[in-house]
Design a protein around this ligand. Structure first.
Ligand SMILES: [Zn+2]
Length: 453
């Protein structure tokens, strides 16, 4: 192992992506190495986010196996890059992508409410638009589609900057196959086996992550037999529910009906219906990733949790991504290593006219988006010589046609003239921040969690 590689291993940092002079991706390097190359003038900064350098002389080079791992969520998606070193697998880059599905839904709801209001007002005759529009196959609502597109964009960016060999994605929350097999063969769920984790994820989803008897949330839940084992109850998933410690103790050896909750017995018999709907974006993403021709490995949520717990890592979106699938069994990472926080901000709206709360037009916008070479969403540095905001500021730009811009910095908003600004990163629909450190929650051991969730 070369010294640079050894350093990379012992001190996990966010690696820097490297391109050769023909823009072909090489193995990412340690930031210290990148700084040295930049200082000696052998490389230039190619892109800020993700930080990428381009070598001026070199063509081609050795590459190792690298895996792009994704844990898609509804609000946030964890993404990591894992490289195979001689000593094992290690996370070399991590990012957490924040989606804007909720914002999109809210914007569409508000638009449709205003339209409905205007059309119902009988101010003039508007002919009905016939309900003859059909949605194409594979159509996704815009809020869901945006999640798929966000992840796809970031896959493409990483793929252009790093020689990827495998993609790993968490596809479903639990493996129904394993669940069924577990039922058929009667494998004990208490043993901390992989099946146990699948069963737990299934139960959490089915019972809404709360105590089935008192509805308590956000406290340790225990797996509970509806028909107690001492009375001949089985370990089948249809006989299991979730209860808080108090309810579980109070119920004792009674059946759910005897415990005054006959409805639980009925609910338990119903299979989980909307599991497929929950996973719709994941499937859409999977189908798209398959088209890349790269090897796509899939994993379940149960397996991710199992891998993470076995290795004693805390819960964080990017750590979950590292633990996805069979390849997540042994991955080296430092929970407090830095990661890139990526927030989807969109590309602005097409609306030319803003309305008041009754839907009447109040303000109009210019057709032009760029002013003085800048546009809203650019990351800029401003060097202000005098005045109230004298000093150096870096942040996201809000552009105005007048040439007086606002910059959103970590410390707050500053107002500057366009002549003081220099672009660092052009607007690309995302804003960036330094990721927060992963929270260290008390981690239960593999045996300790066997009955607690
Ligand atoms: Zn309870």
């Amino acid at each position: 192992m070369t010294p640079a590689r050894a350093e990379l291993w012992s001190n996990p940092m966010q690696s820097v992506f490297v391109l050769d002079k023909n823009r072909k991706p090489l193995m990412p390097c340690h930031p210290a190495r990148a700084r040295e190359l930049l200082r000696k003038g052998k490389a230039a900064v190619f892109r800020r986010y993700p930080f990428t350098i381009i070598l001026k002389e070199r063509e081609g080079g050795d590459v190792q196996n690298t895996t792009f791992k994704i844990d898609p969520g509804s609000k946030q998606t964890g993404m990591v890059l894992v490289a195979d070193f001689q000593r094992g697998k290690r996370v070399i880059w991590a990012g957490v992508l924040e989606h804007r599905g909720q914002q999109i839904k809210a914007a569409l709801d508000s638009r449709s409410a205003l339209r409905k209001g205007r059309r119902a007002r009988h101010t003039r005759y508007r002919p009905a638009r016939y309900n003859n529009r059909r949605k194409p196959d594979g159509w996704l609502p815009p809020s869901l589609l945006s999640r798929v597109e966000n992840i796809w964009t970031w896959f493409c960016r990483v793929n252009h900057s790093c020689p990827l060999t495998v993609i790993t994605q968490e596809l479903v929350k639990f493996d129904t196959q394993l669940l069924q097999n577990a039922e058929i063969s009667g494998v004990e769920y208490q043993q901390g086996e992989l099946q146990g984790f699948e069963v737990r994820e299934y139960l959490l989803e089915k019972w809404g992550r709360r105590c089935a008897y008192c509805g308590a949330k956000a406290l340790p839940l225990e797996i509970e037999h509806i028909n107690p084992k001492s009375r001949g109850g089985t370990n089948r998933v249809s006989n299991l529910t979730l209860a808080c410690h108090d309810c579980n103790q109070a119920k004792g050896t009674q059946t759910a009906a005897e415990f005054d909750h006959p409805e639980i017995q009925k609910l338990a018999k119903l299979p989980l219906k909307d599991a497929a709907a929950v996973n719709v974006t994941r499937w859409a993403l999977y189908n798209r990733l398959k088209l890349t021709g790269l090897n796509v490995e899939i994993g379940t949520g149960g397996r991710t949790k199992f891998n993470r717990t076995q290795q004693g890592y805390p819960k964080a979106h990017w750590i979950d991504a590292a633990c996805v699938g069979e390849s997540g069994e042994r991955v080296y990472l430092k929970p407090d290593q830095p990661y890139l926080s990526i927030i989807a901000a969109g590309h602005g709206s097409r609306q030319m006219c803003r309305t008041d709360k009754y839907g009447f037009p109040t303000r109009h916008r210019l057709r032009q988006k760029r002013h003085f070479g800048f546009q809203t969403g650019d990351r800029v540095r401003a060097d202000v010589k005098s005045g109230k905001y004298a000093g150096k500021h870096t942040g996201r730009l809000a552009c105005r046609a007048t040439g007086t811009f606002d910059i959103k910095t970590v410390k707050g908003k500053v107002t500057v003239k366009h002549s003081t600004c220099t672009t660092i990163h052009h607007s690309d629909g995302y804003t960036y921040a330094k990721g927060e450190k992963a929270l260290f929650l008390p981690i239960a051991t593999a045996r300790g969690i066997s009955r607690q969730i």
